[in-house]
Design a protein around this ligand. Structure first.
Ligand code: DAH
Length: 344
C-alpha cells in the first residue's frame, strides 16, 4: 500500500543500486521504471489516495520517478565509460592479439655479411652523407668537368647550379674521399650505404639501391693484393670452391680497372639460366686507385698506392638467394620477407 514510508524507503534504496553489465542495468530499469515496475505500481495505487493527500503524494511520487531516472542514467554513464564510450566492450579476460615477430630484411642481412667478412680482414666501417656535393662524388674521384663518365650515372640534383652542385650520391665511392680527407694511410675501410640514380624501375634496375665500397691504401699495395682480397671475399660469401675472374674495365678513379666475376654457384661453371650459360656472374668493379685521386685528396702517390672496389648489395643478395626481380626488395611483401625469417 502506498505510504510516505514506502516512498522514503525506495528513495534510499535507489542510492544502493549497482550494475556491472549492460544486462543488469536493463533489469534494474525494468524493475523500477518498467510497465510493471515499482514506481508504475505506486502510480496505480495513487488513484486510491484520498483527495486531501493527493497533492503531497503526487509531488513525492514524481520526485521518486525523476530520482530513479537520474540514478539509472548515472549507472549507464558509468558503464559506458568503462566500455570506452559505449562503442566497444572489452573483455579483459580474453587472450591478447598475437604479435608477429619481425625479421631482418635480406639487404640488411647481406650488408652485415659483407661487412663482417671485411672486418675479419682488418677493415673498419666508414659512412658518409647521402646528400653530397659534386666534389665528393665526381671531381675528387677524377671525373673531369664534362667528362662523359659523368653521364654514365644519371644523377638526381638537389641544387644543380654553381661551382659545386649538391646532389644525391650516385655511388658510395664518395666515402673514399671523405675518409682520405680525415685520415692519412694506412687506410682500410668498407663503406656501406644507399645510393640514387635516375633510372627507370625494372626487374634489374632501381633508382634507389645499396652499395659497399672498399678502400685500401698503404705502402706497396699491389694488384696482387687486390686480387687476393677479392678472392678471399668471394669464397667467404659464396663458398670455398668459388673461383673468380677479372675482366679489364674502365672507371675514372682506378687505373687499371677491372670487373670481377665469380663462378656460378648454381651450376658450378657448367652453364645455367642464372649465369646465362656462361658459368660466371658479375659481382663488382675494382682497380688500383688512380694517382690523380690520391693527389686530389692530399696523399702522395710516390709513397702510397692502394686499391678500391665497389659492389651492389642487391646484386650480391640476388646471386646468393636467386632473387630474380630487384623490386621484391622494396615492396615489403611479407611472403617475400618471410623467406628470410630463419636466416641469421
Ligand atoms: N663506384 C662504382 C659504381 O658505382 C663501383 C666501383 C667500381 C667502385 C670500381 C670502385 C671501383 O671503388 O674501384 O659503379
Amino acid at each position: 500500500m502506498i505510504s510516505q514510508q514506502k516512498i522514503e524507503e525506495l528513495q534510499a534504496a535507489l542510492q544502493e543500486l549497482k550494475a556491472a553489465r549492460e544486462q543488469e542495468l536493463e533489469e534494474l530499469r525494468i524493475q523500477w521504471l518498467g510497465k510493471k515496475g515499482e514506481i508504475t505500481r505506486l502510480f496505480e495505487e495513487f488513484r486510491t489516495v484520498s483527495p486531501e493527500q493527493k497533492r503531497e503524494f503526487g509531488q513525492r511520487l514524481n520526485q521518486l520517478k525523476t530520482a530513479a531516472q537520474n540514478r539509472i542514467n548515472e549507472l549507464r554513464e558509468a558503464l559506458d565509460q568503462i566500455a570506452g564510450g559505449g562503442k566497444a566492450s572489452f573483455d579483459l579476460t580474453k587472450p591478447g592479439d598475437r604479435m608477429d615477430l619481425g625479421a631482418r630484411h635480406p639487404i640488411s642481412i647481406t650488408r652485415e655479411e659483407i661487412l663482417s667478412i671485411f672486418r675479419k680482414f682488418g677493415y673498419s666501417v666508414a659512412e658518409g652523407p647521402e646528400i653530397e656535393d659534386d666534389w665528393h662524388v665526381f671531381s675528387a674521384l677524377n671525373f673531369p668537368p664534362e667528362h662523359p663518365a659523368r653521364d654514365m650515372q644519371d644523377t638526381f640534383f638537389v641544387s644543380p647550379g654553381g661551382e659545386n652542385p649538391i646532389l644525391l650520391r650516385t655511388h658510395t665511392s664518395s666515402v673514399q674521399v671523405r675518409t682520405m680527407e680525415r685520415q692519412q694511410p694506412p687506410i682500410r675501410v668498407v663503406c656501406p650505404g644507399r645510393v640514387f640514380r635516375n633510372e627507370a624501375i625494372s626487374a634489374r634496375a632501381h633508382c634507389i639501391f645499396h652499395q659497399v665500397e672498399g678502400l685500401y691504401i698503404d705502402k706497396n699495395v699491389s694488384f696482387a693484393d687486390l686480387k687476393q682480397a677479392i678472392l678471399l671475399f668471394a669464397r667467404e660469401m659464396f663458398g670455398p670452391e668459388t673461383q673468380i675472374r677479372m675482366r679489364p674495365s674502365y672507371f675514372p678513379f682506378t687505373e687499371p680497372s677491372a670487373e670481377v666475376d665469380v663462378s656460378c654457384n648454381i651450376c658450378h661453371g657448367k652453364g645455367c639460366n642464372i649465369c646465362k650459360g656462361t658459368g660466371w656472374l658479375e659481382i663488382l668493379g675494382c682497380g688500383m686507385v688512380d694517382p690523380n685521386v690520391l693527389r686530389a685528396n692530399g696523399i702522395d702517390p710516390e709513397v702510397y698506392s692502394g686499391f678500391a672496389f665497389g659492389m651492389g648489395i642487391e646484386r650480391i643478395a640476388m646471386l646468393k638467394w636467386q632473387v630474380k626481380d630487384l623490386r621484391h626488395y622494396f615492396e615489403n611483401d611479407l611472403r617475400f620477407l618471410r623467406e628470410f625469417e630463419t636466416v641469421i
